[in-house]
Ligand binder design. Structure first.
Ligand code: F6R
Length: 610
């Protein structure tokens, strides 16, 4: 996601900061900025787009300064423009701050600060922190006390680096939920969100834990705990190479992104669940409850993996919110003569927000008078800008070409929308509360499934030589079967098909023999008994069955040759759990077959052509 790097020492800060930012580029960003303490004032330079632009903005004779912080921003609150790029400064221009994470109560804090006369220059949640620190300093608090005091008022997550004209050689860094470290050099020190930013200069780092604050100067650093008491921390020697660090220690981005899912899911849900009211708060929809009640039909349009999420959305919305819903491939929708009008809600789902077919479909829907919504991951992307409203996924940058964490965040975002629509129509408050409680539990359940990765790896071992694999599921897990098959074919180049399990007898059953593995996605849900019969049909023809089942299931355990357990959850949320073993299965098979999993042949991360 966003990246932070800071330097204090005898060398010129700007080249070191730019080099650090370049090392963080792989995380994805849409703007960048640098702030320095120069002769008693704060000097800030920012640019939208790539770091080269920031370098140009800094001019041929880069500003001179020995203390500075820098940031690459991946927009969450506010568009990716110059005003929203970090670092942010206070009213008096005496301090600058770079932040990763999300301040959930930014709205309230902003209103209170504005009342006290603070002027805001950006739409970001981050800027409130700069003004809060200024406010406390104006009341006589020291730099570090003001930072600690400001942080005690915020809800949400942060990794921050702050500089101030009051202590011109000092960087204050703090962490809650967003990684941050102090890197120790000789007569110089760094702060960074990721060791790769500083590895060219030192391998000795102190990783901050949640609640800790670091006071970093050229010749010393101090770590304070939540109660502002100084504490000793172990210095870690980083032995990894740069590539491994960028991938968070994982062999590939795809695996990192699969393993990221407890966190990405948490980020999708964060601040959006209202437990008392049993509903969801979706500020970006830009539509009133009355307008939502006027909607009499929903069309969801998307491509690839996002289209699979759309199918799950259709099932959810129809079952729980009782609004007639259809799903269309964006590439088909745009060239048909689709029936949509002012009471149709057309939802486009896209990780990148740039997929040409999805964009064109949404434009066509809009032209015909429909209200459009985007479920998009990349903030400020074309789809996000053009739709009437939407839900950002907040899954973080997805670098591996095969979509993984965006898919589970798409399902979670659809669940939030379903909850909101359902509570306006047919769902009771008790049903709403039950859904909220289960959504809160989900990241933890995802963690439990991912902990079983070694079991999935063992299953993969036995599928390496398969020429074809059939994936079957029913109900909410039929689209998961499609997604499992897509993952396998796109990264391992093994032919795979997904089908609704009961459709098998209308054709695909002819394929089944002892060479054709069949993956059943069969958690214990409303259609469980039905799918058991389908498994029997496969077994009767000598097929080899791999089943994703609910932990404790005994019925299928008897039939399956291999099983992978997932915990129990509400039926409509099971896809978030059942898809995880299928992502891992595809990954392990592809790696063992020597495929380039992060960059499969013929595929691009963002398909901006028809
Ligand atoms: C598959 C995959 C693609 C995308 C599709 C749509 O792993 O990544 O099928 O899902 O190209 O992309 P977005 O979601 O960016 O519109």
């Amino acid at each position: 996601m966003c990246g932070i790097v800071g330097y204090t020492g005898a060398r010129q800060a700007v080249p070191l900061l730019l080099e650090g930012l370049r090392r963080l580029e792989y995380r994805g960003y849409d703007s960048a900025g640098v702030a320095l303490v120069v002769e008693g004032r704060i000097d800030v330079h920012k640019a939208v787009g790539k770091i080269d632009r920031l370098e140009r903005a800094l001019g041929p004779t880069q500003p001179s300064g020995h203390v500075g912080i820098a940031h690459t921003r991946w927009a969450t609150h506010g568009a990716p423009n110059l005003a929203n790029a970090h670092p942010h400064i206070d009213c008096g221009g005496t301090l600058a701050l770079a932040h990763n994470g999300i301040i959930e109560n930014a709205g309230l804090l902003r209103a209170a600060l504005a009342q006290r006369g603070h002027t805001f220059r950006s739409d970001t949640d981050t800027e409130v922190l700069a003004h809060l620190i200024e406010d406390l300093q104006a009341r006589g608090q020291s730099f570090v006390d003001a930072v600690a005091g400001a942080l005690s008022k915020v809800e949400g997550t942060y990794g921050i680096a702050v500089i101030s004209t009051r202590e011109p050689d000092t960087i204050i860094a703090a962490r809650r939920g967003s990684p941050l470290l102090v890197a120790i050099g000789t007569n110089e020190n760094f702060v960074a969100s990721d060791a790769s930013a500083v590895l060219a200069h030192t391998r000795s780092v102190v990783y901050l834990d949640d609640g800790e604050i670091a006071v970093v100067r050229p010749h010393e650093y101090r770590i304070l705990d939540v109660d502002a008491v100084e504490k000793e921390k172990a210095v870690t020697h980083v032995a990894w190479d740069l590539g491994t660090i960028e991938r968070g220690g994982y062999a590939h981005f795809m695996l990192k992104e699969i393993m990221d899912q407890p966190e990405s899911l948490h980020n999708t849900l964060r601040g959006r669940l209202l437990e008392d009211e049993g509903t969801a708060r979706l500020g970006g929809l830009n539509v009133t409850d009355e307008e939502l009640l006027q909607i009499n039909r929903i069309v969801i349009t998307a491509c690839g993996t996002s289209w699979h999420a759309a199918l799950i959305g259709e099932y959810m919305i129809e079952e729980l919110a009782r609004v007639p819903t259809e799903v269309e491939y964006a590439s088909e929708f745009r060239y048909r003569n689709p029936i949509v009008d002012a009471r149709t809600l057309v939802i486009g789902i896209s990780q990148s927000g740039e997929t040409a077919d999805t964009l064109a479909a949404l434009r066509e829907a809009k032209r015909r008078g429909a209200r459009t919504l985007g479920l998009v991951n990349v903030v400020g992307s074309t789809i996000a800008r053009e739709v009437d409203g939407g839900i950002y996924l907040h899954a973080g940058p997805e670098i591996g070409v095969a979509s993984t964490k965006a898919f589970t965040s798409q399902i979670a975002a659809l669940a939030l929308l379903t909850l909101k629509l359902g509570r306006l129509r047919s769902l009771s408050i008790l049903q709403g509360r039950e859904i909220v409680r289960e959504l809160v539990r989900l990241p933890h359940l995802v963690e439990q499934v991912l902990a079983r990765a070694p079991e999935v790896e063992a299953v993969a071992e036995r599928l390496l030589r398969a020429g074809n694999v059939l994936y079957l599921g029913r109900g909410y897990n039929f689209p998961v079967a499609l997604e499992g098959a897509l993952k396998l074919k796109e990264i391992s180049y093994i032919h795979a098909e997904g089908y609704p399990a009961a459709e098998m007898k209308h054709g695909p059953i002819a394929l089944i023999d002892d060479l054709m593995p069949v993956v059943f996605v069969a958690p214990r849900d409303a259609v469980y008994q039905k799918i058991v019969s389908n498994v029997e049909e496969v077994k009767a023809r000598g097929g080899r069955v791999i089943a994703v089942v609910t932990a404790g299931d005994t019925g299928l355990a008897r039939l399956a040759d291999q099983r992978i357990d997932v915990p129990e959850t509400l039926d409509f949320l099971t896809p978030i759990l059942t898809v995880l073993p299928l992502q891992l299965l595809a990954y392990y098979i592809a790696v063992r077959r020597g495929c380039n999993v992060d960059q499969p042949r013929n595929l691009a991360k963002s398909v901006t052509v028809e």
